[in-house]
Design a protein around this ligand. Structure first.
Ligand code: IFM
Length: 446
């Protein structure tokens, strides 16, 4: 420690959230597939729901005040599709659109740039009844929905993210069954991944038309280097498959217009139906790639493991409450690899953070030294990537505040702000105070 590493003067410092995880306001919107999934016994810890969450729908003004106090330059949030279109299509919920309109205005008044994600997993249940993302028609319903949102916000929002983590949408929701809608079918998951990617490409011209040529458009992928557990050819091939499954399956089509050949061969008859022109649509140019990074994976060949024949191993080290290894060097590695292999115009870390067991101390503060250290190490890793040539333009901490962590309900806290769910009191954690100091200095101590 001791060396001060500065960030570029225009570096964007932000925090991120997602609609279902923080908004609540359930009565004021249509049903999302996650509402239904929460009712499915055993799927969400404690049977927690998104009905109230952080009640941000009603407390958004206070939350923008909180962001301003932290000194955030940007805020990444997502739009709830069923809040805007309760049936997924057709009739617009005017109050729902008004909410985002007011949120954007409040942010701009506070000098905070909105980064808007259009899909962070809360598909309207009405569309799931028609097949959800497995149905090609959902692509076109998404594009219509994007048009409605951009019509209203496009005069003020200049940064758009079409999708958050299509891998999670496709594979956790439809192969592993641990996310909504809860299916377990590899072929279906691959078809869904394809439809989500096509919907990304089709949304781009709509956003350009409504937000202007200068608008910055991108997609956010959850990416993670896959390291082989040993040097054996089997383990190295397994790590290569894991990389293909998680990273290249999304990066290659978005940047190169094709699925990786090794994985297409591995998937064989599970490959999705690809309509003529789809790959060109997916590969339409974007202005930035959003990167969600939390950890690396260490992979060994596992003959009995279904689908990919891989298994994760857990080396010695520091682990978060999600059981994710703290391994910041993989962030530098990832950003440099993206720069080298895909030459993105710009990169943003659209999520990075960690869950630990937090509590309010007798002094009224939330002391979270492990999170402070996690952030510090990842800031250093980010700065190192910039120093080595990565076009990294900004960093968003996950998350602005504790929230609904999907299948883990409220049992995992990722916030830089503590939320008392009984009272909705927000307490900025030590990590939030630390983050504010880094933002102010635009530099980190390495
Ligand atoms: O909470 C999630 C977020 O919704 C998407 N990226 C990972 C986070 C932590 O699991």
């Amino acid at each position: 420690m001791g060396q001060i590493r500065a960030f570029p003067p225009d570096f964007v410092w932000g925090a991120a959230t997602a609609s279902f995880q923080i908004e609540g306001g359930r009565k004021e919107r249509g049903e999302a597939i996650w509402d239904a999934f929460c009712r499915w016994p055993g799927k969400v810890v404690n049977g927690d729901t998104g009905d109230v969450a952080d009640d941000h729908y009603h407390l958004y003004r206070d939350d923008v005040g909180l962001m301003a106090r932290l000194g955030l330059g940007a805020y990444r949030f997502s739009i709830s599709w069923p809040r805007v279109l309760p049936e997924g299509k057709g009739q617009v919920n005017a109050k729902g659109l008004d909410f985002y309109d007011m949120l954007v205005d409040a942010l701009l008044e506070a000098g905070i740039t909105p980064f808007v994600t259009l899909y962070h997993w809360d598909l309207p249940s009405a569309l799931q009844r028609l097949g959800g993302w497995a149905a090609r028609d959902t692509i076109y319903r998404f594009v219509d929905y994007v048009g409605v949102v951009a019509d209203r916000l496009g005069d003020r929002v200049q940064h758009w993210i079409t999708h958050n983590e299509p891998w999670v949408v496709a594979f956790l929701g439809n192969l592993e069954g641990v996310h909504a809608p809860g299916w377990e079918d590899a072929g279906l998951a691959l078809q869904i991944a394809h439809h989500v990617l096509v919907s990304h490409g089709l949304a781009l011209p709509v956003l350009r038309e409504k937000s202007g040529e200068q608008a910055k458009l991108g997609i956010t992928l959850n990416l993670s280097p896959a390291h082989p557990a040993t040097d054996s050819p089997e383990d190295r091939a397994a790590a290569q498959r894991q990389d293909g499954y998680l990273n290249r399956w999304f990066l290659d089509p978005v940047f190169r217009g094709s699925y990786p050949a090794d994985m297409a061969e591995w998937y064989g008859y599970l490959m999705p139906r690809i309509a003529p022109g789809d790959m060109e649509i997916i590969a339409r140019p974007i202005d930035f790639l959003g990167v969600n990074f939390y950890t690396r994976s260490v992979i060994r060949h596992a003959e009995d493991a279904p689908f990919l024949k891989v298994a994760a191993v857990s080396p010695e080290g520091e682990y978060t409450a999600m059981d994710w290894e703290v391994y910041p060097a993989a962030l530098t590695e990832l950003l440099l690899r993206l720069t080298r292999d895909y030459a993105p115009a710009a990169l943003y870390i659209t999520e990075n953070g960690c869950a630990y067991e937090d509590g309010v101390s007798s002094d009224g503060h939330v002391h979270d030294p492990k999170r402070v250290e996690y952030f510090r190490q990842h800031f250093v890793a980010s700065q190192e990537a910039i120093a080595q040539g990565a076009p990294l333009k900004g960093y968003f901490a996950w998350s602005l505040m504790d929230n609904f962590e999907w299948g883990f309900g409220y049992s995992r806290r990722f916030g830089i702000t503590y939320v008392d769910y009984a009272t909705q009191e927000r307490i900025v954690k030590d990590s939030g105070l630390y983050y504010a100091s880094v933002i102010k200095a635009n530099a980190v101590e390495a």
